[in-house]
Structure formats: structure tokens, C-alpha cells
Design a binder for this molecule. Structure first.
Ligand SMILES: [Zn+2]
Length: 290
């Protein structure tokens, strides 16, 4: 298996990888309570595993995951680096901006920020920074939660429930201990009951879908011409503008999530496929219609 983790490569191997495909993937997560049955680093571990497998399929390299971001549950052992409101996320944004600049300075020409931690403030900060750095650096930078790559599989994300637990049962089977859960409702778990519904098969189907789309993007993004890149940035900027409108009026986290309502009802399902197929005008139309 090809080594794609940047921290494990020798200098000549990095140079060769850059020659082959100058895409760098950055997995994002945090340390957060994920139920009694999951490990604290679930979000970053999940995002990192997806990025590594995608890079092995589609080329590109993977930066070590960054732990720490916006918001988190009010449960034990949870690190919160930026608050959800106001939605400025100064620490995460500052870090991501500099990371993009350094990746560019080191020769990468397409960047993917994949966040496995996806409260509304985190998603907004990641996507908005990606759009802004695409414009600043003149290269495509995609910033997204992993579930946006499988919306048409009806994967809308959750917290340590059916979806996230199923993904972990596939990626890191030994890390999930469902027998530690009592009866629902489970503390700090949001979504369908993982004890009754989570399974590795479902996790594999979602992971395979996300990995193949990430791999396609990693391979294709550095080859986009200016017209394609401009259309991509315009479409992503439409999504950011929509979320920013909702964030402006939000008084709490529930209000911040208001912009996502139609996404969870299927209105954005075509995004995942359209992104991979480079149908950016369709994405802009989808976002404008939300
Ligand atoms: Zn999570």
C-alpha cells in the first residue's frame, strides 16, 4: 500500500508525490464526547482514515489531522477552541488560512479540508475559509464536512449515533463498544439509536462512496482550468452566502443550524455527485434555491 501520510515520507518521496499529483488533504476534528461507546477523537480519526484511503486510490498526500475546532457538546472531556457564536471562529480560521498559505508555498496546487466535526460554526468556518483561500491563492480549495460527499446516500451526519458509529465500526471496528450503552436515550448521542441500528456494512457503503468521491476530487482538482475553478468557487460561495445569512440572524446553535434544514430534507442531495462531476452551475442553482 502506498504511504500517503505526509509525516511518514522522506523528502524525495514528497517531491515525487507532488510531481504525480499536487493535492494535499487536511483532516479536521476535535476531542469531544461521542457517547459511552466511542473514542474521544472520533471526528479526526474518521476524517483522517477517509483522506488516507482516498489518497491511496486517487493520489495526493494527507497532512496529519488537526484536533480542535468550533463548538462541542456540553459533556465531559470535550475541548472547545472557538465558540459557536458569534460565528467568527478566529482560532480555527487563522490556523486554516496559514495552513493553506504554507501548503501553497510548499508546492501543492489543490487543497481539501475535510472536517469530521461538523457543528454549524465549524462547517461555516471551514467552507468560508476554503472559498476565500481559493480566491487568494488562485488554486481550488474545497472545505467540507465528510457527509456532504454522500448526501445522495441520505447521509446527513449525526452525533455518535447510527451514522458516525457505523462509520467507525467499518474504519476502526475494535474502537466501538456498543455493550457500554444502556437503553436509549444515550448521553451525548444525537440521531438514530446506535445500539439498535449501527452496523459495519452501512458504514462501509458510506465510506466507499465518500472515499471514491474524495479520490476523484484529489486527482482532478489540480487539473482544473481557470474557467472550471471560477465556476467551482462561485458555487461554493453561494453555499457560504446562504449559511452566513442564517448565521447573522441566529441567537443560538439551533438557529445556526436553520440554514441546513432543507439540506436534511433532501434538497441538496445532488451536491455530492455534482461536485465530483464538476457540474458547478447545478450546485450554484441548488444553493440559490435553498
Ligand atoms: Zn462526531
Amino acid at each position: 500500500m502506498t504511504e500517503t501520510r505526509l509525516e511518514w515520507l522522506m523528502p524525495t518521496e514528497v517531491s515525487a508525490a507532488l510531481q504525480q499529483c499536487p493535492t494535499l488533504l487536511l483532516p479536521l476534528g476535535t476531542i469531544e464526547w461521542h457517547g459511552l461507546h466511542n473514542v474521544m477523537g472520533l471526528d479526526a480519526l474518521k476524517a483522517h482514515a477517509l483522506c488516507v484511503r482516498a489518497a491511496q486510490q486517487g493520489h495526493g498526500l494527507v497532512h496529519p489531522p488537526i484536533y480542535g475546532g468550533v463548538g462541542g457538546l456540553e459533556e465531559p472531556h470535550t475541548f472547545i477552541m472557538d465558540q459557536e457564536l458569534p460565528p467568527d471562529a478566529p482560532r480555527l480560521r487563522g490556523w486554516l488560512e496559514q495552513w493553506c498559505r504554507e501548503a501553497y508555498r510548499n508546492g501543492f496546487r489543490a487543497l481539501i479540508l475535510l472536517t469530521g466535526h461538523y457543528g454549524p460554526g465549524q462547517q461555516l468556518a471551514v467552507r468560508e475559509t476554503a472559498v476565500r483561500m481559493s480566491q487568494t491563492l488562485g488554486i481550488p480549495v474545497l472545505g467540507t464536512a465528510e457527509y456532504f460527499l454522500a448526501l445522495d446516500k441520505k447521509y446527513y451526519g449525526d452525533h455518535a449515533a447510527y451514522f458516525e458509529t457505523s462509520l467507525m465500526m467499518h474504519l476502526f471496528p475494535e474502537s466501538v463498544q456498543l455493550d457500554r450503552l444502556g437503553e436509549a436515550p444515550h448521553q451525548g448521542v444525537g440521531g438514530r439509536d446506535p445500539k439498535r441500528h449501527a452496523n459495519a456494512g452501512a458504514g462501509r457503503e458510506l465510506c466507499d462512496c465518500i472515499i471514491s468521491r474524495l479520490a476523484t476530487l484529489a486527482r482532478r482538482m489540480p487539473t482544473w482550468d481557470e474557467t472550471t475553478r471560477t465556476a467551482f468557487v462561485r458555487a461554493e460561495a453561494e453555499i457560504v452566502a446562504l449559511w452566513q445569512r442564517h448565521a447573522r440572524d441566529a441567537r443560538d446553535v439551533v438557529g445556526l443550524f436553520a440554514g441546513w434544514g432543507a439540506v436534511y430534507q433532501g434538497a441538496f442531495d445532488d451536491y455530492s455527485r455534482a461536485l465530483t462531476e464538476e457540474r458547478f452551475d447545478d450546485i450554484a442553482a441548488l444553493a440559490a434555491g435553498l
